[in-house]
Design a protein around this ligand. Structure first.
Ligand SMILES: [Zn+2]
Length: 481
């Protein structure tokens, strides 16, 4: 069995000049993986271009660490150590994993360091320490520059930023209220553009009277300015002192560091997400579980475009879709279907627990998809062997299918790992509120799939307006008595 490794790529501000875009990092890493005779389990990709340089969240890095520690992958390939770990604490977490699992592999394109050996780990610590020193040098230079400007009196030249009174030190309570309110909405999925439109109409956000138009980036800046939590900035970058701590200004703050980080993360997430104009891409509880009662195709959740905060319209619905191969004739508002199914499942599980029956194994919903991909691979390979297709046409499609297969397998591993975690707690879930409070949709789906095979959504009559629970049919998993 070839080793299944993670390819880790990251773009940061410094990469622009070096032409080290994600594509180049990925291609170089893929070549290296081939060379070593390993296979790629998954490509983990982070983007560091956010406002906060020090506390950047790296969701894929975190996911990779957890996959490594769960034994789902056998090692890491990255472009160089700098892409992988810049902060000593990230490096130490990696080193801990390599200390624990001696057989983990490691490789970088530049071959600068090897975490799989003890010497390599020592070397890596030195390199990260040096890299940190140089970025502190940079911030020291910036600070000096900033001080020069401050001495020339230039930093007090402009008007006070929105949120503060004229002296730039005391908070303007009215502005503070507006900022915090808008931030709360950002966290709930509202777009900056929506806030801009409202602020423009109200005349909020711009201290200069009479200006009609507000730029999008101006509103974004007001809501994500590091100054809000007291950080001093220079040209939009947070200044750090010699110890690497942010330099704190002498004005009143509007946010805590945690609050502002959450807002910045939400804004960055929205930028990364291509589905613009919609709330953060979300997963729907019954996607892949609900099926059309007419054509039996899987039904997915989709946001209701007409929905606005405060409106009575449903936020999302489940819709049989022609795009996904369905008839497109059946749909239902999202919330009542979910509530009904959650209640029915919890009730069913209470009964089952009472009857003390053995809980049935939940199954990963994409098993059939994986089987199909594997069957395709077998089929194509056999066709090439029998000379029905040429080897070169086989090789045009095979790598893609193999990638799909490996990603699905990885996902299956995560699903069952999650399930184990859930199984230990799910018997405590008694009410819909407790169910909804579970942190991930995956956990919630795992609980439903304990009892359900699928949910059939039957067509409602023409013009039917009222939600009819009788048209929602749960298909229960047979119990093994
Ligand atoms: Zn249908």
């Amino acid at each position: 069995m070839p080793r299944k490794v993670a390819v880790y790529t990251r773009i940061s501000r410094d990469d622009e000049g070096e032409g080290l875009g994600v594509n180049r990092q990925r291609e170089d890493c893929e070549r290296l993986v081939d060379l070593r005779g390993w296979t790629i389990a998954k490509i983990y990709e982070d983007n560091d271009l956010s406002a906060f340089k020090r506390n950047v969240r790296r969701p894929d890095f975190e996911l990779m660490l957890s996959d490594l520690s769960d034994g789902l992958i056998d090692g890491i390939v990255a472009y160089d150590l700098d892409r992988l770990a810049r902060q000593p604490r990230d490096l130490e977490r990696l080193i801990d994993l390599y200390d624990d699992r001696k057989r983990l592999v490691f490789s970088t394109v530049t071959n600068d360091v090897n975490l799989a050996t003890a010497d390599g780990r020592t070397m890596a610590r030195v390199m990260v320490a040096f890299a940190n020193k140089s970025s502190h040098d940079t911030s020291r230079r910036l600070k000096r520059k900033h001080l020069e400007l401050a001495q020339q009196g230039k930093s007090n030249g402009g008007p006070a930023p929105y949120g503060w009174q004229k002296d730039g030190k005391k908070v303007d309570p009215e502005a503070k209220k507006h900022i915090r309110e808008a931030q709360k909405q950002i966290l709930a999925g509202v777009r900056i553009g929506t806030i801009r439109t409202r602020w423009q109409a109200e005349g909020t956000g711009n201290p200069r009277q009479g200006t009609k138009r507000m730029a999008h980036h101006h509103v974004e800046h007001i809501l994500t300015n590091p100054r809000l939590c007291g950080f001093r900035t220079y040209h939009g970058e947070i200044l750090h002192d010699d110890e690497g701590q942010p330099v704190i200004g002498d004005w009143e703050t509007i946010n805590t560091v945690e609050e502002l980080e959450a807002v910045c993360a939400a804004v960055a997430e929205r930028k990364r997400n291509p589905s613009r104009g919609q709330p953060l891409a979300r997963k729907y509880l019954l996607s892949g579980i609900a099926r059309c009662g007419l054509c039996h195709a899987k039904i997915r959740g989709q946001p209701n475009r007409k929905w606005k905060p405060g409106s009575k319209a449903s936020k999302y619905s489940y819709q049989c879709s022609v795009v996904n191969g369905g008839c497109g004739k059946v749909g239902r508002v999202g919330e009542p279907v979910e509530d009904l199914i959650i209640d029915l499942v919890l009730e069913e599980q209470r009964k089952t627990a009472a009857a003390n029956a053995t809980p049935h194994e939940a199954r990963w919903p994409k098993e059939a998809e994986l089987e199909a991909v594997e069957a395709d691979i077998t089929e194509l390979t056999r066709a090439a062997k029998d000379r029905q297709i040429t080897v070169s046409s086989l090789l045009q499609v095979l790598p893609d299918l193999e990638r799909q297969r490996d990603e699905l397998k990885l996902e299956r591993g995560r699903f069952y790992r999650e399930l184990k975690r859930v199984e230990s707690v799910h018997s405590d879930i008694r009410t819909r509120e407790e169910f909804r409070a579970l942190p991930t949709i995956e956990e919630q789906q795992a609980i439903l799939l304990h009892s359900l095979l699928a949910v059939a959504v039957h067509p409602a009559g023409r013009g039917a307006r009222k939600f009819d629970p009788d048209l929602i049919e749960p298909l229960w998993r047979p119990t093994n008595q």
